[in-house]
Design a binder for this molecule. Structure first.
Ligand code: SF4
Ligand code: SF4
Length: 326
């Protein structure tokens, strides 16, 4: 077996991505597959909660970017920096002008404008943390990113998390990534270089719309996608709409998980649902999904990839928001 990257993603948050990731990881590990899990949602990491991690074996600082600070002995308190800062990061504390490092984006507007050159920069500030568990209680490692609120570039932090997880995995096994919701830079970092994406959707208009957006991204990266519908039984009409989209796009629906109150209960117990309630309908469907992944995808990944990868890359057109110039 080679090293395979499987990203669990969804265009929308709160659709059960981490619950599903945790359960897939536990079942794959129990079946003897070598794997490393990575929580690539640096702004809201929660895979460690699902996996019942209480303590990190190692926590490393992640450095990135720059923040401004003011040399008080040079500052003439002219207020220009406060006027020009586009992020409102300049504050007056006890009569002194100071820069709130949690808000500052390091854009250099203030230092260009300061008439007495009183503004300097700190480079490589701590922008987040990379946390490691050598072996969760289910035996496999977890690497988890956590960005510091207000610090930029969580996408680069996710790339670093992924690189660390890949280094732990080595040349064979499964890298199971729990991506952030949406289609932002964290998700782009998670998808870059992956072969497979499991897209989680709920049967609602909003979730289907967001699924289409994240699927567009997976097509851009030439990733073979598959769909799991969570809580499929709450809206049968929308399930039909999802099926129509999946058929048109040649994306197989590999699982339909029913709604079940036991899922939030398992999260409160800090256990994947397949561990907390192994015999309930949700866990049985997750077991079936893992059997399918093991047989059809891991069993012959090249064949599956050639059948389900996009025919050509989807062009990626970033949305550029320009200021209204009246
Ligand atoms: S622009 Fe320069 S001198 Fe004026 S308040 Fe800011 S730091 Fe002080
Ligand atoms: S560097 Fe940019 S964001 Fe930071 S204080 Fe100066 S103007 Fe504001």
């Amino acid at each position: 077996m080679v090293a395979i990257e499987l990203v669990v993603a969804s265009g929308k948050g709160g659709v059960g991505k981490s619950t599903i990731s945790g359960s897939l990881a536990v079942l794959l590990a129990k079946d003897g597959f070598k794997l490393v899990t990575a929580d690539a949602d640096a702004e809201e990491p929660n895979l460690h909660i699902v996996l019942g991690v209480d303590k990190w074996d190692r926590v490393e600082d992640y450095h990135e970017g720059r923040t401004a600070y003011i040399l008080q002995e040079k500052c003439t308190k002219c207020n220009i920096c406060a006027e020009v800062c586009p992020f409102g990061a300049v504050e007056v504390v006890n009569g002194n002008y100071v820069i709130n490092e949690y808000i500052c984006e390091g854009c250099v507007t203030c230092s260009m404008a300061c008439p007495v050159k009183a503004i300097r920069y700190r480079f490589n500030v701590v922008a987040g943390h990379i946390r490691f568990v050598k072996a969760t209680r289910y035996g496999f490692p977890l690497v988890s990113g956590e960005s510091i609120p207000g610090r930029p570039n969580s996408g680069k932090l996710v790339t670093e998390v992924k690189n660390r997880a890949k280094a732990l995995l080595g040349t064979e096994g499964i890298l199971l990534l729990d991506a952030a919701a949406g289609i932002g830079c964290q998700v782009i970092s998670s998808l870059t270089g992956a072969q497979f994406a499991l897209l989680v959707v709920e049967p609602t208009k909003a979730s289907l719309n967001d699924l289409k957006r994240v699927h567009k991204l997976t097509k851009h990266f030439m990733i073979a996608s598959m769909i799991v519908i969570n809580k499929y039984d709450i809206n049968p009409d929308m399930v039909e709409e999802i099926k129509v989209y999946a058929k048109k796009e040649n994306v197989p629906i590999i699982g339909k998980i029913p709604f079940d109150e036991s899922v939030p209960r398992s999260i409160n117990m800090r256990k994947p649902v397949v561990e907390a309630f192994p015999d309930n309908p949700v866990s049985r469907e997750l077991r079936r999904i893992v059997d399918f992944i093991e047989k059809e995808i891991l069993g012959n990944w090249k064949l599956w990839y050639s059948r389900h990868r996009p025919k050509k890359p989807e062009p990626y057109i970033p949305v550029i928001i320009r200021p209204d110039r009246g």
